[in-house]
Write a protein that binds this ligand. Structure first.
Ligand SMILES: Cc1cc2nc3c(=O)[nH]c(=O)nc-3n(C[C@H](O)[C@H](O)[C@H](O)COP(=O)(O)O)c2cc1C
Length: 211
């Protein structure tokens, strides 16, 4: 059976990839102060513009969604302006770039949290990844605070706002969330009834946005 070549085009929804090489999202922790993408991020992605598609690194939808030092966000105007320099650099070299918007859930640490409390997650189950503070020190992992029902809507809204910003920054969205994973799969969520229903709403709401 003939196989298409890696170097043949691929139609992906409304966009045509000139080849089938897709760069996986890679958290590089190279954003600047305020989790703003910098000239270094623009250079890094522009250097990879000949890929059929770049899926840019996991990018936090809110301060609460941050989990890695110097990882970019997409919830402030400065971050959006930083992403615009990245997309301009990639597009000027003929590339295509999606943004992976994410909430790190339990894979975070209290130094990232706006209230200084523990990170939030569907259940109080500690992460399996090592913990890092926002200034880059490795510390013991923390047990997350289980989300209350009233915590869910602001998180859903943060994905919608991040999606809008991504569109303004000429980024298409590729959605991922450490928070979402334990809800969608059997591990390791203990409280799934309400959040799953709400997250389904989030999928519909976020999918309804133009990409
Ligand atoms: C340094 C590093 C950073 C990563 N960052 C992300 C990320 O931001 N988002 C994500 O979904 N996956 C991330 N991954 C996972 C990769 O995208 C990829 O899925 C993983 O390395 C497995 O790839 P493979 O199946 O080709 O070996 C990361 C992996 C590495 C090694």
């Amino acid at each position: 059976m003939p196989h298409p070549s890696l170097f043949q085009p691929l139609q992906l929804g409304s966009i045509t990839l000139p080849n089938r090489i897709i760069m996986a999202p890679l958290t590089r922790m190279r954003a600047g102060a305020g989790n703003v993408p910098t000239a270094l991020n623009a250079k890094y992605y522009a250097q990879r513009a000949t890929a059929g598609l770049i899926i840019a690194e996991g990018t936090a939808v809110s301060q609460q969604g941050q989990g890695y030092p110097n990882a970019p966000g997409i919830y402030t105007q400065e971050q959006l302006d930083g992403w615009k320099t990245v997309t301009e650099a990639v597009h000027s070299r003929g590339g295509r770039i999606f943004l992976q918007i994410a909430h790190n859930g339990r894979n975070s640490q209290s130094s990232f949290m706006p209230d200084g409390g523990p990170p939030v997650a569907p259940s109080a189950i500690p992460p399996t990844l090592p913990g890092f503070t926002s200034d880059g020190r490795q510390v013991p992992i923390e047990t997350p605070r289980p989300l209350r029902l009233e915590d869910i809507s602001p998180i859903v809204d943060s994905f919608t706002l991040a999606s809008r910003k991504a569109i303004q920054g000429r980024l298409r969205r590729s959605r991922a969330a450490s928070l979402q994973q334990p809800l969608d799969r059997s591990v390791p969520g203990r409280r799934i009834k309400h959040p799953v229903g709400r997250l389904r709403g989030f999928h519909r709401q976020s999918d309804a946005l133009p990409s």
